[in-house]
Design a protein around this ligand. Structure first.
Ligand code: ADP
Ligand code: MG
Length: 403
């Protein structure tokens, strides 16, 4: 219960606990004055009045499920003892009907369902037991069925209150999370835009010099072709930085779209990542149809597949194979990237694309955010099928281009 950590709430907690403890002590004093002989239920009552306050006072330091469960169980013992030991105080019955509400105070779903189920069973058993055993509980004897109906109704009501309230709280939490996520995304966008901008200037200068050298006949042909290669690579750097800038300010800098031959790009990427893969004895297998052409920016497409294949390789064990299959499915091109690596849980799959979400020690957690952004921009889709320990299949779908 994180809410307890702010000083104001801690104060409220201790004030309410103090009032509750005072009432418990008052109840004990009253039953002591009326006591004729020390009974076992009196001893349990006394012990509860000592143990429960101690637990409540130290609870903010040990907010664990086991501790919460213990407090609730002690609450059960305390109130059921009161109900059975002091039959003349019929209002204790109201208190035991409200017992599951203790879990609401702790904001714990699991605990609520456990205590609600336990309470329904105990309430019915205790009521039937009382009805059979003696006649001191006049109100139960007068109308057993009516009381049972009320008891069940009270538990149902508690369930409804809990369910609706928590549903609303959960929705609000989800909304808050989304707001925070979009704030984070905005921050990343600003940051990347700033970095991309800073990278562009030196790149332009270096490229300018390389262009001069490429024209310079003092260099031999082999050197000049290397300069041309460097210029090509710098063009890629510039395209990538432009793409980062386009995340920060979407649609402002539209990248040129063209017909992309998926097979060609995949084979290019495979040879690019080939040395990286063989370094750790991993392999990439490409199976691509000839009729797979799509309309988008080639560099962006390359960036997406590089990121996805790299993730698949990183998730795989040594000696494993990553399969990349591209095929035409009606009016779309489907690309599957399949690995038999570490896989992910449902929760982990849900978190994909969140900025900075990475389970790798040296990961950035930006790769998939960029991929999702690019795929979404061109109207494609990206789907993850994953099982922890078994592997992952990423399915990319793009609108196919004919002709
Ligand atoms: P990075 O690779 O820098 O960690 P990404 O955005 O590319 O960032 O990926 C985010 C996280 O998603 C990874 O750290 C990894 O835990 C998980 N992930 C992505 N692809 C796979 C995959 N094929 N198998 C298992 N986990 C994956
Ligand atoms: Mg990655």
């Amino acid at each position: 219960m994180k809410e307890l950590h702010s000083p104001v709430n801690r104060k409220t907690y201790y004030i309410s606990m103090f009032m509750m403890i005072t009432l418990m002590v008052a109840g004990l004093v009253l039953s002591t004055t009326e006591l004729e002989a020390v009974t076992s239920s009196y001893v349990i009552h006394l012990l509860c009045v000592v143990i429960i306050p101690v637990c409540l006072i130290i609870y903010p330091r040990y907010e664990t499920f086991a501790f919460r469960m213990s407090i609730i169980l002690l609450g059960f013992v305390y109130f059921y003892t009161l109900a059975l030991a002091y039959p003349q105080t019929w209002s204790t019955y109201i208190m035991i009907c409200l017992l599951p509400a203790l879990a609401i105070l702790f904001y714990d779903f699991k605990l609520f369902y456990i205590s609600l189920s336990l309470n329904v069973i105990l309430l019915v058993i205790v009521t039937l037991y009382i009805h059979k055993q003696d006649t001191t509980y006049a109100y139960i004897h007068t109308d057993l069925v009516g009381n049972l109906i009320n008891i069940v109704a009270s538990q149902l009501l508690l369930f409804l209150i809990f369910y609706l309230t928590f549903d609303r709280i959960r929705k609000q939490e989800l909304y808050l999370e989304q707001v925070q996520q979009s704030e984070r995304l905005k921050m990343v966008a600003h940051l990347t835009a700033a970095v991309a901008h800073e990278i562009r200037n030196p790149v332009t200068v270096v490229r300018g010099f390389l262009q001069l050298y490429r024209e310079n006949t003092d260099f031999n042909t082999s050197d000049r072709s290397k300069f041309a290669l460097m210029i090509d690579e710098l063009n890629t750097v510039e395209q990538v930085t432009s793409q980062f800038l386009s995340i920060a300010k979407p649609n402002r800098e539209l990248l040129q779209v063209e017909k992309v031959d998926v097979r060609e790009v995949l084979e290019g990427v495979a040879s690019l990542l080939g040395s990286y893969a063989t370094l750790s004895s991993k392999h990439i297998d490409i199976q691509a149809g000839e009729d797979c052409a799509i309309l988008m920016n080639a560099i962006e497409f390359k960036q997406v597949v590089i990121n996805l294949i790299k993730n698949a390789l990183e998730a795989s064990d040594t000696g494993a194979m990553v399969h990349v299959i591209a095929r035409r499915v009606k009016k779309t091109v489907e690309i599957q990237i399949i690995d038999q690596g570490c896989g992910m849980t449902e929760e982990e799959v849900k978190a994909l694309g969140t900025p900075f979400y990475s389970l790798k020690t040296n990961g950035t957690g930006l790769g998939l955010m960029i991929c999702f952004n690019i795929v979404q921009k061109v109207g494609g889709s990206i789907k993850y099928l994953s099982e922890k320990g078994k592997g992952t299949t990423v399915i990319l779908t793009f609108q196919a281009m004919d002709g």
